[in-house]
Write a protein that binds this ligand. Structure first.
Ligand code: AMP
Length: 496
C-alpha cells in the first residue's frame, strides 16, 4: 500500500467530524448556557444511551419516515447469528442440499420435511434477529419517552421536565450544516396537562436561551397540525386535492401524494411551490378544540413578547407530532438554516406502552447553532479561550439554593405570574410555574414535594395591591412584599 493510500484510510468517516479547540470552547459555552437557562425553568438533565432497539424508532418516529427507512445506522445483535433456531434451520437446508446433491434418499416427502423444518427454524431466527436489531439513535425524544415509561416517571410530582445533550446519527447526504453524526440539545415536558401555557413556556425558554447566547436574527415559525380527530380528515382532503395536481409535481411528491401526503408540504423543489401554495391548509381544517389550543398558544406568545410567524407548511417529518409544531431558523446557514424543531406529541407515551400522558419538546441542532453564532459574530474565539478556565458549575449551582414555586390563582393573575417568573429566572432562580390554575393547598403540597424553598402566592387580592405573599416552605413563615422588594429579598436570602 502506498503512503498516500494509507493516509487516506485514516481520515474520519464521511459526514463525521472532529471539533477542535478553540471551537470546542464555544461548544462548551453553548452547552453550559443551556444547562444554566434550562435549570431556571426547573428542567433536569437525563443522560441517555446512544444505542436503542431499532423498534423504538420504528414505532415512534414512524416506519414510513426517511429517518427510519433510509437514515438509521442499524446493526444486528451478533449473538443472533448463533441463534439455536436459526442454526437448526440452516442445518436442515444444508441436509436437504446434501441429499439432493448426492441423490441419496431424496424423495419429495423428505424434501417437504426438510423445507418445513428449515422454514420454521429460519423464520423464528429471523424474527428474533429483527427484534434484536439495534440502531444508533437518530433523535432522542423516543429515548426520553422510553426512559419515562421504563422508570415509572409518571409517578413523580408535577410535570417531568428533562433535557439532554448529545450526539445523534443519521445517514444523510453531508453538506454545510448537515452531518451524519451531529449534536442536539433537547428538552421535553411530560405530564398530564396539555395546556398551551406549557407550549408557550417551552418556547419562551428556547428564546431566552438563544438570547443569552447572543444569537440575533432568528425567526420563530409556529403551526398546529391538529390531533387524531381532525388531522386524518385534513390528510384525506389533501390527498383528494393532490390527485388532480400531483402528476405535475416532482417524482418524490408523486410518491408522497399516495403514501404520506403531509410530506408534500416539505417539498423544496422550485417548480412545485406554486402548486403547493394552492393546496388546502390545515389551519382551515382544525377541529374546535385544536383551533382553541392554537389560538391560546399564540395569545401566550404575544403576552410574553415573543415574535413569531405562522407557517402552515410546518408539518415536521416525524409521525408522533400533533397540535403545536415550531421551528427556528437562524442567519448565516444557507439551505440548512433550521436550528431547532419541536412540537407536541400527546399520545406517544401510550403508543410506546406507557400510561396516558401528554408531551411537548424540542431539539436544537448544536452544530448549526454554533455555526450561526460564528456567522453573527457571537462566537468570538478569543473570548471563548477565557471561558475554558471558568468552573462549569456557575449559575446552575447558585440557582439550586433558590427554588421558587409561583402559586397563582385566578386567570387574571397568570400574566403577572409569567412576568414574575421571567424576572426571577433572569436572576438564576429555579422557578416552577404551574401551567394550570391549582387550588392553594394542592399548590403548596406540590411546591413542597418539588423541594421548593419559597412559594409566591398570587391571587386577585395580591394583584390589586401589587404586593405578593412570600411563604417560606420550611416553616410556613409569610410576608407580603411588592415585586421589587420580593426579588431583592429572595436574592439577599440566597447569599450564604
Ligand atoms: P429534527 O430532530 O429532525 O427535528 O431536527 C432538529 C434539529 O436538529 C434541526 O433543526 C437541525 O438543527 C438539527 N439537525 C437535524 N439533522 C441534522 C443533521 N444531519 N446535521 C446537523 N444538524 C441536524
Amino acid at each position: 500500500m502506498t503512503q498516500e493510500k494509507q493516509a487516506e484510510k485514516l481520515q474520519a468517516i464521511k459526514g463525521v467530524r472532529d471539533i477542535l479547540p478553540p471551537e470546542s470552547a464555544l461548544w462548551n459555552r453553548v452547552e453550559q448556557t443551556a444547562r444554566d437557562v434550562f435549570a431556571t425553568y426547573n428542567f433536569r438533565e437525563i443522560r441517555l444511551p446512544v444505542i436503542e432497539h431499532s423498534e423504538l424508532f420504528a414505532r415512534s418516529v414512524g416506519i414510513e419516515t426517511d429517518i427510519v427507512l433510509k437514515e438509521m445506522y442499524t446493526f444486528p445483535d451478533p449473538t443472533v447469528v448463533a441463534d439455536r433456531n436459526f442454526l437448526a434451520g440452516m442445518r436442515a437446508l444444508r441436509d436437504l442440499h446434501d441429499a439432493y446433491q448426492k441423490n441419496r434418499g431424496y424423495t419429495i416427502a423428505r424434501a417437504k420435511e426438510y423445507v418445513a423444518a428449515a422454514f420454521a427454524g429460519l423464520s423464528e431466527g429471523i424474527e428474533r434477529a429483527a427484534s434484536r436489531l439495534t440502531s444508533l439513535r437518530p433523535e432522542a425524544t423516543a429515548s426520553v419517552v422510553r426512559a419515562y415509561i421504563e422508570h415509572g416517571m409518571h409517578t413523580l410530582p408535577g410535570d417531568v421536565k428533562l433535557y439532554y445533550i448529545g450526539p445523534m446519527f443519521r445517514r444523510e447526504r453531508p453538506q454545510k450544516g448537515r452531518y451524519r453524526q451531529f449534536y442536539q440539545i433537547g428538552a421535553e415536558v411530560l405530564g398530564q396537562s396539555d395546556s398551551p401555557n406549557i407550549d408557550a413556556e417551552v418556547v419562551e425558554m428556547l428564546m431566552a436561551y438563544l438570547e443569552r447566547l447572543g444569537l440575533r436574527g432568528t425567526t420563530l415559525y409556529v403551526n398546529s397540525i391538529g390531533n387524531a380527530e381532525c388531522r386524518p380528515k385534513y390528510i384525506e382532503v389533501l390527498r383528494q386535492a393532490l390527485q388532480s395536481v400531483s402528476a405535475r409535481m416532482c417524482e418524490d411528491c408523486q410518491g408522497r401524494a399516495i403514501t404520506n401526503p403531509l410530506r408534500v408540504l416539505d417539498c423544496k423543489v422550485e417548480a412545485d411551490q406554486p402548486i403547493i401554495e394552492k393546496l388546502p391548509r390545515i389551519t382551515d381544517h382544525l377541529c374546535d378544540a385544536c383551533r382553541a389550543h392554537f389560538s391560546a398558544f399564540q395569545e401566550q406568545l404575544k403576552q410574553r413578547g415573543i415574535a413569531y410567524e405562522i407557517n402552515w407548511r410546518l408539518v415536521r417529518g416525524l409521525d408522533y407530532y400533533m397540535r403545536t409544531t415550531f421551528e427556528i431558523t437562524a442567519p448565516g446557514l444557507g439551505a440548512q438554516n433550521a436550528i431547532c424543531g419541536g412540537g407536541r406529541y400527546d399520545g406517544l407515551v401510550e403508543l410506546l406502552g406507557g400510561p396516558p400522558a401528554k408531551g411537548i419538546g424540542f431539539a436544537i441542532g448544536t452544530d448549526r447553532l454554533v455555526l450561526s453564532l460564528q456567522e453573527v459574530g457571537a462566537g468570538n474565539m478569543k473570548a471563548e479561550r477565557k471561558d475554558v478556565t471558568v468552573p462549569v458549575t456557575g449559575n446552575a449551582l447558585k440557582a439550586d439554593v433558590g427554588k421558587v414555586f409561583i402559586a397563582w390563582m385566578g386567570t387574571a393573575s397568570y400574566p403577572t405570574a409569567v412576568k414574575l417568573a421571567r424576572r426571577l429566572r433572569a436572576e438564576n432562580f429555579i422557578v416552577e410555574l404551574p401551567p394550570e390554575e391549582t387550588k392553594l393547598k394542592k399548590s403548596l403540597g406540590l411546591a413542597d414535594r418539588l423541594g421548593a424553598h419559597y412559594a409566591v402566592l398570587l391571587g386577585e387580592d395580591e394583584l390589586a395591591s401589587g404586593s405578593y405573599v412570600l411563604r417560606r416552605l420550611a416553616d410556613g413563615e409569610q410576608k407580603k412584599l411588592p415585586e421589587p422588594e420580593l426579588v431583592g429579598y429572595l436574592k439577599s436570602d440566597r447569599r450564604p
